[in-house]
Design a protein around this ligand. Structure first.
Ligand code: BDP
Length: 698
């Protein structure tokens, strides 16, 4: 099944001259070193050569002859090669790799190396990508290092194998059969991650279960860690703050209590005894009902630092989430994480990194960047993106997320003057942080194709590539992914790449144009629910976010409103605060705007809004066109899958348009402008739709 192979299809190189070039330049493979990781690298090369070129070059254990591919870590190279590559080694970090044409004793060779074996493996995957994308290997000269330390997937997987916000089946982790049964899936998962440079995985849900920290489960975690290790992937777990009570039989989980402190120290020692390279803990505390230090009158710093002390002797880290909003202050949820965390700047221990979602609310189709980025110069901040499409049509809608990720990473915070982009906060260059990272909430499950939608694989891929290099652009990523996953034919690449790039704006248009947000239906977040107003906490209700009334629509976060703009650097605060300068894409995020407000193109807001919803629908129709024309370049199974999914997406884009416009029309009292199709159902009908078994509801 092609779907299962992800971007590692290794299709035959169709272009004869390129294929010949590869064969001429690569007649043997010289393997230096014999670790598990190097064995994996060799196996990968064999598979790649066989599938793409039809034969495997001779494998040699020492350097003989010319036109070899040499693979091995720096310490295994002979002194001549080491000397030759010294300046390249100076440029890379511990995980970086070198792929280079070199001449040794007048003999031409290509070498793949790095400072450790895992880096060599990264080099091998990157080298195979050269074949996959049909690029030349003549005079190849690449030295590339990841720009962040922790490149990690967050699995919101429960121990019963349900996946919170998971739309690709059940959890990969078969806890019942572990540790004795090693599913091939674990190996294939590790391989796929290594191929894009992901080096960590949090196995369990942020809404944590303390049982994972019991010996019965740690044994299973250890088995997974053993599988992932040779691929350069560390295992992390979520730590339930009340675990000392729940599984430790203590009376409290107060982070200042000596018994509690010791309990965590012992727990850490127990874990590291099994898993010496255990990564550390991810913690959701005092957020949405999760226990935390505040239950004991302590704060986030007390909680995080206590855990940090427990894992520090073993080199572990604590990823402490800043996703907090209190039910006692519903004035503006967007302000709360900043209000609570910013004052803690400089107070966390060295091995704590604060994990911040890309926007201040919650993984919406579009949000302005989170105001915490750049605002905590003395604290390492890590990005949390959501790869699973909780608010973007689940794994049913084709949305290429790297476009969203790039928009966030490129945003200028101005916190240290112009050019203080979010990417520079994340890679540590803005404030010289040593600990850096990017997390992606995984979209992976046990569906045959891993991610539910064949194109959702591109979001896993793109996340990994951006975690490695947050400055990559989405087009480059789409281009690579398409070539590796489907075909190198330009007639296919060009239109389908454009379709992917445009897909992000399409979903914004048909769901939440002009900065609207959180108007999805209750609980499961599938489909429109702008009318929902009966949830127990005000800030869970769509009506809280759009605030539509007869005067207009939007959340006033300007100085005359909740003043959330003041959490940004003065330059950005000014831009967002002023109706004239606020980017129209964020208009209703920051302003309550009258229905008659004139947009830049001269339309009224009401007409503009309606036309945007229509544009989103039209864009999906165009995506269908593009895909139908791609039929001859794609295998029938994947072609049909995507075709059917796009048909659903088209239906649902119309559903979004009609439901939202009918609902908002009650307030605007205006006709739909020409160019917008008339709804075929009533508002009552849309309100009556219920989805009791929507997936991912935890
Ligand atoms: C929200 C999800 C919820 C998560 C929460 C979180 O609806 O399932 O537990 O975020 O990130 O987006 O903690």
């Amino acid at each position: 099944q092609k779907d299962y192979k992800l971007w590692l299809q290794y299709n035959t190189v169709a272009n004869a001259s390129i294929s010949k070039e590869y064969k001429d330049n690569l007649k043997g493979i010289v393997v230096l070193g014999n670790s598990e990781t190097i064995k994996i690298a060799v196996k990968e090369l064999k598979t790649g050569f066989l599938q793409m070129l039809g034969n495997v070059p001779e494998i040699k254990l020492e350097l003989k002859g010319e036109n070899n591919l040499i693979i091995g870590a720096q310490s295994n190279l002979n002194s001549e090669i080491r000397k030759e590559l010294q300046s390249n080694f100076d440029k890379i970090n511990e995980e970086g790799f070198i792929i280079k044409s070199i001449s040794i004793q007048n003999k031409k060779q290509i070498i793949i190396t790095g400072k450790k074996d895992a880096a060599v493996l990264y080099g091998v995957f990157n080298f195979l990508r050269i074949f996959q994308t049909n690029k030349s290997v003549k005079n190849v000269n690449i030295a590339d290092s990841p720009k962040t330390n922790i490149r990690i997937l967050n699995h919101w997987d429960n121990l019963d194998r349900t996946v919170e916000r998971g739309y690709a089946g059940f959890s990969l982790w078969n806890w019942q059969k572990l540790p004795d049964f090693i599913d091939q899936r674990y190996i294939d998962y590790a391989r796929a991650n290594a191929s894009i440079g992901i080096n960590g995985t949090v196995l369990t849900n942020v809404n944590a279960n303390a049982l994972i920290l019991t010996p019965q489960y740690l044994e299973k975690v250890e088995a997974l860690a053993n599988v992932f290790r040779p691929y350069g992937i560390k295992v992390y777990l979520t730590a339930r703050f009340s675990a000392p009570i729940e599984i430790g039989k203590l009376k409290t989980a107060d982070p200042k209590d000596l018994e509690v402190i010791n309990w965590w120290k012992n727990k850490a020692a127990e874990i590291y005894k099994r898993i010496p390279d255990f990564g550390g803990f991810l913690v959701k505390a005092n957020s949405e009902g999760q226990p935390g230090p505040q239950n004991y009158g302590r704060d986030h710093v007390d909680g995080a630092n206590m855990l940090a002390d427990a894992v520090a002797p073993f080199g572990g880290v604590i990823m402490w989430r800043a996703f907090v909003y209190s039910e006692h202050d519903a004035n503006d949820r967007a302000k709360q994480a900043y209000a609570e965390f910013q004052p803690y700047d400089g107070k966390f221990k060295e091995n704590v990194i604060v994990q911040v979602k890309n926007g201040a609310i919650d993984f919406q189709p579009r949000e302005p960047f989170h105001p915490l980025f750049g605002a905590m110069p003395k604290t390492p901040l890590m990005m949390e993106f959501q790869i699973t499409q909780e608010y973007l049509g689940f794994s049913t809608h084709l949305v290429f997320l790297p476009k969203l990720f790039q928009e966030v990473l490129e945003s200028d915070t101005y916190q240290k003057g112009k050019g203080s982009t979010v990417a520079k906060v994340i890679d540590g260059t803005l404030y010289q942080n040593k600990l850096t990272g990017i997390a992606g909430v995984s979209n992976i499950g046990n569906d045959l194709n891993w991610t539910g939608h064949p194109f959702a694989q591109a979001n896993w891929y793109g996340f990994g590539r951006l975690a490695w290099n947050p400055y990559l652009d989405a087009e480059t990523i789409a281009d690579e992914w398409l070539r590796c996953t489907f075909s190198n034919d330009e007639h296919f690449i060009k239109p389908v790449k454009k379709m992917m790039i445009d897909s992000r704006e399409a979903v914004v248009n048909y769901m939440t144009p002009f900065g609207l947000h959180h108007i999805m239906d209750t609980g499961h977040h599938y489909g429109p629910g702008p009318w929902v107003s009966d949830l127990s906490r005000p800030e869970w209700n769509p009506t809280y976010y759009h605030k539509a009334d007869k005067n207009g629509i939007g959340f006033d976060r300007s100085k005359s409103g909740t003043n959330a703009v003041s959490q940004y650097a003065p330059e950005m605060a000014k831009v967002f605060n002023n109706l004239e300068t606020c980017p129209e894409k964020d208009l209703l995020w920051f302003h309550h705007v009258s229905w008659d407000y004139k947009l830049k193109n001269g339309q009224t807001l009401w007409n503009g809004l309606a036309l945007k919803y229509q544009e989103g629908v039209n864009q999906v129709a165009e995506m269908q066109n593009v895909w139908n024309n791609a039929e001859k370049y794609v295998d029938i199974e994947r072609f049909n899958e995507v075709k059917m999914l796009l048909e659903i997406q088209q239906k649902e884009a119309k559903w979004w348009r009609d439901a939202c416009l009918l609902y908002f029309q009650q307030f605007s009292g205006k006709e739909l402008p020409s160019g917008v199709e008339k709804p075929t159902q009533t508002l009552e009908y849309f309100k009556s739709l219920k989805f009791p078994f929507a997936p991912g509801n935890g």
